[in-house]
Design a protein around this ligand. Sequence first.
Ligand SMILES: [Zn+2]
Length: 264
Amino acid sequence: MTVLWFSRRVAISDALWKLVLKAHPILTELSAAEQAQLRTLAEEFLGSMQFRWGSGVERNEKTRAAVAVLACLPILNLGLRWYRRWRTVLLVEHDYDTDFFEVDEAGVVHEGVDLASGEFGTLGSVVLSLADVAQSGKGSGFNVVVHEAAHVLDCADGSFDGAPPLHKEMDRTRWAEVFTAAYEDLQRRVAGAPRAETHRRTAAPRYGSKRRRRNIFDPYAAEAPEEFFAVASELFFERPRRLQAEYPAVYRELALFYRQDRVS
Ligand SMILES: [Zn+2]
């Protein structure tokens, strides 16, 4: 049986689309054709995804559209089927204090302690802090929506290991060599720097603000290979030229996987 779970579309009006483009400078780098494709994908995403709003969070059409558009940027040339395991977006106001925040298939929110994978849960839910969503898409390198979307893609083959299922034309060995070398290089660079206090991605700088960052990567990326892939994906869409200049091999592998070239 074929399940057409994303057959419904929720239209993004012209006015709303303009607002979303204006609020996210990275989207202006896209061609007109890519923008049109992104808008359609985001409309399908809105039709397929359940949005839930944490306590105290006001339902907001612009936020919902912004999350959909940013979430669809990585799958622009891959398709929505890559998100078939992703069912729910839970929007909370700030970085949430609860270590474990999960929505089950019946829509019931469970809270507990210690979920190592942070905001992407095993039941197909992604929790996003609105404060962090508001800082995404600005070209700074930080993008919590792309970060969590990358985790979803990583898990598309059932394993959360920093490597999404690669396309047939890609070389698995090369991917592993490139990402392992870059990850180990970053681990050496951040050795001695303060460790992130939680296993969670936030917009807060990990180095002191006066200390010049020595590397394009947030040290959080050195926590685990899956975090490296997610942070590299943020950079691919937020600061592609700098990523290509500093980590050309990583940039190339990501361009092959995402089927996008963000510097041309
Ligand atoms: Zn993460």
